[in-house]
Design a protein around this ligand. Structure first.
Ligand code: ATP
Length: 440
């Protein structure tokens, strides 16, 4: 396997070459730290979101979904503490090159980039401002949400009443968030526009410890079940000094990225901080009535908060493998494979006629048409078959189906497994069921 720095370069280059992730606005020289997901990237990202939604919503009987607006009343951000110091990073700017650094990332008193003199520490608010309506005045100032969970708190009562939920219950949401990050970087790891998958679990105050532990373990299991290497995952506990203003306890799931152990997702015991604050600022009751014990209270919250982009980068990095395989002449060559879990693979099956001859293309097209309503299927008849296998390995396609001249006679095709490279002859009329079983 490549060394860490090389690995990151390889991931960035493969992402571009194979249509996973492109630099945003590239034809204009690119916008730094902004990225676009290409045809395979969007499939991968959608599959990750689907897997999360299945575990967090579909498979549960007490968690429901939500899709709240990105632009909310500015009052929300006053109540949440985002417009005050709570969401500001202490920052110093270099007087010479004007690069900015988070104080907690600095060692010494000089600019790490050019050695220049640094300004005094200043608070820098991370909220992204915009204006609503056509006139740019203070009255129309609004913010792009900095986290999706505030939309959940604001809808707590709506969901409780409309869906007749009983504690404990959760509300899950996937959506974009925006932060004017001072130090974006490491490809898609930290960007100013990103997607979150968050779930807020509303509980009775006495149950915090129990559900905090439960969610911690369930979230770790989610990554492990999707095939992430166990020695690449661990928890990191927040000490008293780095707990967020709202949190009573916090642990991160961290992953061994090529650039070092870094946060994937946070599990937080937020107490009643959020609902109590919204109750105070909105003057609306955000309480729960516990019929059994005849008591009314503001529920506490356990939050699981992960990034879709970070998860996507992690799944690519974790799946990246190099092994050796013989080429057409029997010579060993390095083979790059993205060993994605089958549920996450952007393309499930590639149909490859051995040659472009019309009689083969015709049958191969029929095979392709028979599969594509069931799986994300790809058709490719360009270049030598060995090259086409490599291309599919490189994007993590679990199965390649080859149609050859014998197929015309025996009505069978060759199915090649991405990981073992083993080939099996399967009858065309049994192919779909065979692949359904394999990809289940
Ligand atoms: P960090 O310490 O890395 O800035 P955070 O602790 O501020 O992250 P949270 O506010 O807990 O992050 O957000 C929850 C999740 O959202 C993070 O675990 C991460 O996966 C994702 N996330 C947060 N900020 C970004 C960002 N700028 N770019 C990409 N993903 C992000």
């Amino acid at each position: 396997m490549p060394k860490n720095n090389d690995l990151m370069d390889k991931i960035v280059s493969l992402s571009k070459r194979r249509g996973f992730i492109f630099q945003s606005s590239e034809i204009y020289g690119g916008l730094s730290s902004s990225y676009d997901y290409g045809p395979l990237g969007v499939e991968l990202k959608n599959n990750i979101k689907k897997a999360w939604w299945k575990t967090m919503v579909q498979d549960r009987d007490n968690i429901v979904g939500l899709d709240a607006a990105i632009i909310m009343s500015p009052k929300v951000w006053e109540a949440s503490g985002h417009l005050t110091a709570g969401f500001a990073d202490p920052l110093r700017e270099c007087k010479k090159c004007h690069h900015r650094f988070r104080t907690d990332n600095l060692e010494g008193d000089k600019c790490p980039d050019c050695g220049g003199e640094l300004t005094e520490e200043r608070q820098f608010n991370l909220m992204m401002k915009t204006n609503l309506g056509v006139v740019e005045d203070e009255a129309s100032v609004a913010y792009l949400r900095a986290e999706t969970c505030q939309g959940i708190y604001c809808n707590f009562k709506n969901v409780l009443d409309s869906m007749h939920m009983k504690l404990p219950f959760g509300i899950a949401q996937i959506g974009k968030s925006f932060r004017n990050e001072i130090t974006p970087g490491n490809f898609t790891f930290r960007t100013r526009e990103f997607e979150q998958m968050e779930m807020q679990y509303f509980i009775s105050p006495d149950d915090s410890k129990k559900y905090f532990d439960e969610w911690k373990n369930m979230r770790m299991k989610w990554y492990e079940d999707l095939g992430v290497s166990k020695d690449g995952l661990k928890f990191e506990k927040h000490g008293k000094d780095d707990l967020a203003h709202y949190a009573k306890a916090a642990e991160d799931v961290i992953y061994k990225f090529p650039f070092g152990w870094s946060e994937l997702e946070g599990i937080h015991d937020r107490g009643d901080w959020d609902l109590s604050n919204h109750q105070k600022h909105s003057r609306q009751k955000l309480e729960y009535f516990d019929q059994e014990n005849n008591r009314r209270f503001v529920p506490h919250v356990i939050e699981t908060s992960g990034g879709v982009d970070r998860a996507t980068l992690m799944f690519i990095a974790d799946a990246y493998t190099e092994d050796e395989a013989p080429d057409a002449d029997g010579k060993l060559q390095t083979r790059t494979v993205l060993k994605f879990d089958k549920r996450l693979a952007p393309i499930k099956v590639a149909v490859l006629p051995l040659s472009k001859k019309e009689e083969l293309s015709k049958v191969a097209r029929e095979v392709y048409d028979g599969l594509k309503d069931e799986f994300m299927t790809w058709y490719d008849e360009t270049q030598a078959i060995g090259k086409r296998y490599r291309r599919q390995d490189e994007v993590g396609t679990p199965y390649c189906v080859t149609v050859d001249f014998e197929s015309l006679e025996d009505k069978s095709v060759t199915v090649r497994d991405r990981d073992t490279m083993k080939q099996e002859r399967i009858r065309m009329d049994e192919l779909k069921d065979y692949l359904i079983k394999k990809l289940a």
